[in-house]
Design a protein around this ligand. Structure first.
Ligand code: FEO
Length: 402
């Protein structure tokens, strides 16, 4: 049986979702977990719940340790339904439990569920809730991920229940970072950050200001594995991600109709690859999902985005990727637009350029790189030289300490 014990009397009681592949548009190839925790002390508390369809798994896990009538507190750190979905079921069966949350969370929960019969206890950052040997403190973490988001901290155990931040959509039979491949956990944490948290980098930095003086032995997020051995590594990564710290990476993504835009992408790639120590990523959007594009954009110095003109505008898959990225708002990117057109010169590439402008990218070319129908030798040479120029720009971000 997998170890679910964080410390004596504090257990993971959540649900491992091996099958989820779409999380509001995020392609979750590795599944996920909805982490809930049980603290058994003189008083018993449950921290968060799981998605509604899996309520029975949560109840079964809790019942291994306590009777539901003996649960005193249910802490709701975040109202999003992946964590609150089982609350109606739980609050019905835990007849003596108070629902503990901040004021904003109460309001949000009341919009999602019929909370009329719930016994709320509203907490703020000054509240200390004693369970006996353990005290619960609360840290508001607005916009990491929603306005009502909150973390819970147990000073006696030095455990931070961090909610979405530090999470990963990663289903594993193991619960702790020292039981899984660290590279996999870090990759999934990066993917999670890019696709869920990237827009809220400033909020994440505010969270750091609040937790910087806390002693932390365990970070228990609401998705994926629990950080115990590699806390300094994940915190250090988060500090980079919160500011979208650029690395010497060029991300090229495009769609293509008759291979002309693909030829241009390949020439840009070839030109860029002349420079050492540049990381190049090149994706045809026909075979790549927007989740991976967002992940790769997080630490890219340069975005090179290509689209042919279709019906006087850009291709739908490019529009999808750029709409998604624009929402996630990666910071401080340099960029170029490129692509081919047929009879309508104004359209696809200009629309890509417009997206990049709207994303506050630094445009490294004043106009998109364009080819009519099929790129000529001269145009391909121009693409190659542009690739070299992009690599020159990205080389500013080479980590010279490695
Ligand atoms: Fe995992 Fe913002 O919910």
């Amino acid at each position: 049986m997998s170890n679910t014990r964080l410390v004596n009397n504090i257990e993971w009681v959540g649900y491992i979702d091996w099958d989820v592949r779409d999380f509001h548009g995020y392609t979750t190839d590795s599944g996920s977990t909805y982490n809930a925790y049980l603290i058994k002390d003189k008083k018993t508390a449950i921290i968060d719940t799981v998605k509604a369809p899996y309520a029975d798994y949560l109840l079964n896990n809790i019942s291994k340790y306590v009777e539901l009538k003996d649960v005193d507190y249910v802490i709701s750190n975040h109202a999003e339904p992946d964590h609150s979905g089982s609350l109606p079921h739980l609050m019905k069966l835990c007849q003596n439990a108070k629902l503990v949350c901040n004021e904003k969370c109460q309001k949000t929960l009341s919009m999602y569920y019929d909370t009329g019969k719930w016994n709320f206890q509203i907490v703020d950052e000054k509240t200390e809730l004693s369970l006996g040997a353990n005290t619960l403190r609360f840290i508001n973490t607005p916009m990491a991920h929603w306005p009502e988001s909150m973390a819970t901290y147990i000073p006696e155990q030095k455990i931070l229940f961090s909610m979405d931040i530090f999470g990963q959509h990663l289903a594993t039979s193991n619960r702790f970072d020292d039981e899984v491949c660290l590279a996999t956990a870090m990759y999934e944490a990066r993917k999670y950050y890019a696709n869920i948290i990237m827009l809220y980098g400033k909020s994440v930095m505010s969270v750091f200001e609040k937790i910087v003086n806390l002693e932390i032995n365990i970070i228990a997020p609401s998705h994926g594995i629990i950080w115990k051995k590699h806390i300094s590594e994940i915190v250090s990564k988060y500090k980079d991600w919160a500011v979208c710290k650029a690395t010497s990476k060029i991300l090229i993504f495009y769609d293509t109709m008759w291979k002309s835009t693909a030829m241009m992408a390949n020439a840009i790639y070839e030109g860029a690859s002349e420079t050492n120590k540049i990381v190049l990523k090149k994706y045809d959007l026909k075979s790549t999902n927007i989740t991976d594009i967002a992940t790769e954009s997080l630490d890219a110095a340069v975005l090179a985005v290509g689209s042919p003109t279709l019906n006087k505008t850009l291709m739908p898959k490019v529009a999808e990727a750029l709409t998604y990225l624009k929402g996630l708002a990666p910071k401080d990117k340099a960029a170029i637009a490129f692509g081919s057109y047929g009879w309508a010169k104004i359209g696809g590439q200009d629309d890509v350029q417009k997206y990049l402008q709207d994303m506050n990218c630094q445009l490294l070319l004043p106009e998109p790189l364009q080819a009519q129908f099929v790129p000529s030798k001269e145009i391909l040479n121009q693409c190659y030289e542009t690739g070299k120029m992009l690599a020159q720009y990205a080389s500013k971000f080479i980590d010279t300490t490695k």
